[in-house]
Design a protein around this ligand. Structure first.
Ligand code: HBI
Ligand code: FE
Length: 287
């Protein structure tokens, strides 16, 4: 994220928010949302954590069309004090952290075009609102997201955003959770993607490794393809416990002296749920 350009774009407020302007969406845009929603709603039951489906119900997200952020915020505010605000796209890290620290989730207002249905670089309204917002109805996860924002503002002051961003990446975006003897999805980057919702749980290629805070913050990640490792938490309460009464300062200092871990590696100390073949990544490598 280029931090130099902290001036908000034309039409955005000082905190980079813009009106969602819900009435400006076209029927084609609403139809794109419905197509993406129906595909995920049909395949997630049995794959996603129950808390996600409960969040969809609480927020009445099954209704047709792109949700109105004001309506989502009204329901969210009552549950966990969160609201959803519209932004033009990726915002500078500090702006992002400040919104999270104040229980405001920033969501892109644009929706992908048909030719982008299975992959786009910037988070659109389907990734942000379908992927991220339902779990904000869960108290422990809502607290975790606010703590991440507060931690991000501190990390920015320490020059440690890159290490902290890995925590967000391997939990909020691509996290898995234990569910009895099985695993379930909860990461927004997974649940908003048809292909990765299958790959992350069922494919033999990626590693699935038990959550360990420091180990995870050493681990690099890919932004251009399915993940080569997924990390597994026991519950949102456990994730919150393991990250909230922790002084990150000493961890950041230790991380400066330790080498990064490549995305495909399994370490001796890892709690291994599945040791991946990495066939998917190998097939993608230039020969
Ligand atoms: N901006 N709109 C938006 N959405 C994000 O998820 C986001 C962002 N800016 C920065 C960012 N994420 C990450 O780089 C931080 O976790 C560091
Ligand atoms: Fe996201």
């Amino acid at each position: 994220m280029a931090q130099a350009d902290m001036t908000p774009p034309e039409g955005a407020a000082a905190d980079w928010t813009v009106p969602q302007d819900w009435s400006a969406y076209t029927p084609g845009e609403h139809a794109m949302w419905d197509r993406l929603f129906e595909r995920q709603a049909a395949m997630l039951p049995g794959r996603v954590v129950p808390e996600f489906l409960e969040g969809l119900d609480i927020l009445r997200m099954a209704r047709p069309g792109i949700p109105d952020f004001a309506e989502l915020s009204e329901r969210l505010m009552k549950r966990t004090g969160w609201q959803v605000v519209a932004v033009p796209g990726l915002v500078p890290d500090r702006v992002f952290f400040a919104h999270l620290a104040n229980r405001r989730f920033v969501a892109g207002r644009f929706i992908r075009r048909p030719e982008q249905i299975d992959y786009l670089q910037e988070p659109d309204v389907f990734h942000d609102v379908f992927g991220h917002v339902p779990l904000l109805t869960h108290p422990a996860f809502a607290d975790y997201m606010q703590a991440y924002g507060e931690g991000g503002l501190r990390a920015d002051g320490l020059g440690s955003i890159d290490h902290l961003a890995r925590l967000y990446w391997y939990t909020v975006e691509f996290g898995l959770m234990r569910h009895g003897d099985d695993l379930r999805l909860y990461g927004a980057g997974i649940v908003s993607s048809f292909g990765e919702s299958v790959f992350a749980l069922e494919d033999a290629s990626p590693n699935r490794i038990g959550f360990d805070l420091k180990r995870l913050m050493r681990t690099q990640y890919r932004i251009d393809d399915y993940q080569q490792s997924y990390f597994v938490i026991d519950s949102f309460e456990d994730l919150l416990r393991k990250t909230s009464d922790v002084d990150f300062g000493p961890i950041y200092r230790e991380l400066e002296t330790e080498s990064d871990v490549a995305p495909d590696v399994v370490l001796a100390q890892d709690r291994v749920y599945h040791r991946g073949s990495q066939d998917h990544a190998r097939a993608k490598m230039p020969c």
